[in-house]
Design a protein around this ligand. Structure first.
Ligand code: HGY
Ligand code: MN
Ligand code: MN
Length: 414
């Protein structure tokens, strides 16, 4: 059992953490940038997984891989572990910190604790969850959703990606179709360190975010079908143009978010026209709409208003519409005790700290279903993320990781 003065002086090695971040970012590196592209279950994701599993083995951790490819590594010890973790899959234009920081900080914390030779009342654990981004296979947070029993494994394995691949076949292909039981091991508590991916901490000059909640998220794929025709010979009043409907919807999504007001956001991130040629009125348009709000009622209102606009616009254009829900998660409130602990720990380490919601989805919002959970944010320079230019200073990385370290040490004594 540790006594507090044994651990109160513990501090991570920012150089070792930066080294691991750089090595992992080299896999799927986006040329000329600091970022990387490792879409879930691609060869790049496999290479990243293999590297992190090697580091877990080097630390002598007990490693399990489950049927959806989540990897959990636990220190030797008795009782449910205090777990941290995140994801190492990225979007196609990913930064090196999104997700990766939360996993590599966990390795750094374990190495720091081992190096100090302290014995904890509970073991620490670190994990990475499959397909957090949801960019290739929707929904996002897929691995952690299955981990907590929020989706049956069979259903998840059957998900088809934007490129026609299937989750199950891709897991098998990269060798991460594990056999560890699902739902997974329930941690004593879970804390995720993540870059804020927004502008708030930087604008307010605050070092640490004590994340209280994650906003609700609604992803819908829309297929609008019209009539392919000649761009030069078809009079405007005779057109059934799905490209026009998609563009009108993208514009409406912006107006809708502004009308509902902050913190509502709306994004049409993917639009594909078929046949996508300069002189052809499109036959079909496939696009996605991402709606989010911290307030479930307002999120539902925006979904309803968007669907009304889509239907009316498509009808007027003589087009038909099919929609498919890709992801739908209500807002999540984190455990007050753990949020308080994050805030107190940051303060005790001399850092400015702010309680705040998360605009992005995170694996922690799934772990919150099964154990006391919260998150630690570090600032993102210019609030940039899902962009290879994503950056967080070494000082802020060190501060966030030390807050995670001491939050986990305190939880290990409860
Ligand atoms: O979309 C999200 O919020 C997360 O990056 N998956
Ligand atoms: Mn992330
Ligand atoms: Mn992300």
């Amino acid at each position: 059992m540790t006594n507090s003065n044994e651990t109160s002086a513990l501090s991570i090695s920012i150089d070792r953490l930066q080294q691991r971040l750089a090595e992992l970012a080299a896999i799927g590196a986006i040329e000329g940038t600091e970022g990387c592209a490792r879409l879930a279950l691609t060869d790049e994701d496999k290479a990243g997984r293999d590297l992190v599993v090697t580091w877990m083995k080097d630390l002598g951790l007990d490693i399990t891989i489950d049927g959806i490819g989540n990897v959990i590594a636990v220190m030797p010890g008795e009782g449910a572990p205090v777990m941290c973790g995140s994801h190492i899959d990225t979007v196609r234009t990913g930064g090196r910190y999104d997700g990766n920081l939360g996993v590599l900080a966990g390795l750094e914390i374990i190495e720091t604790v081992q190096g100090a030779g302290v014995t904890l009342a509970r073991p620490l654990a670190v994990g990475f969850f499959t397909d957090e981004e949801g960019a290739r296979f929707a929904p996002d947070m897929l691995g952690s959703l299955v981990y907590v029993g929020g989706m049956a494994l069979e259903e998840a394995l059957d998900i088809e990606g934007i490129d026609g691949a299937f989750v199950g076949a891709e897991l098998e292909r990269i060798g991460y179709d594990g056999s560890a039981p699902l739902p997974g091991l329930v941690p004593h508590a879970f804390v995720e360190l993540h870059v804020e991916q927004g502008p708030v901490l930087e604008i307010e000059g605050i070092t640490v975010g004590a994340v209280e909640s994650v906003q609700g998220i609604s992803w819908t794929e829309v297929v609008v079908t019209g009539q392919s025709n000649h761009a030069g010979t078809t009079p405007m009043h005779l057109r059934h143009d799905p490209g026009f409907v998609a563009a009108a919807c993208a514009n409406f999504a912006r107006e809708l978010a502004l009308d509902i007001g902050h913190p509502h956001v709306a994004t049409v991130g993917r639009i594909e026209l078929h046949p996508n040629l300069v002189n052809v009125v499109a036959a079909s348009a496939t696009f996605t709409v991402d709606l989010r709000n911290t307030d479930e009622q307002k999120l539902q209102e925006s979904e309803q208003r968007f669907m009304e606009f889509l239907t009316a616009t498509a009808d007027a254009e003589g087009c038909t519409v099919e929609t498919r829900t890709l992801a739908r998660f209500e807002p999540v409130i984190f455990d007050e005790t753990v949020v308080d602990l994050v805030e107190q720990t940051a303060t005790s380490l001399g850092h400015s700290v702010k309680r705040m919601p998360s605009g992005a989805g995170h694996d922690a919002q799934m772990l919150a279903r099964v154990c006391p959970t919260a998150m630690v944010f570090t600032p993102s320079v210019d609030g940039i993320s899902h962009n290879p230019a994503e950056y967080t200073s070494p000082e802020d990385l060190e501060a966030g990781t030390n807050v995670l370290l001491h939050t986990m040490l305190a939880l290990a004594e409860t």
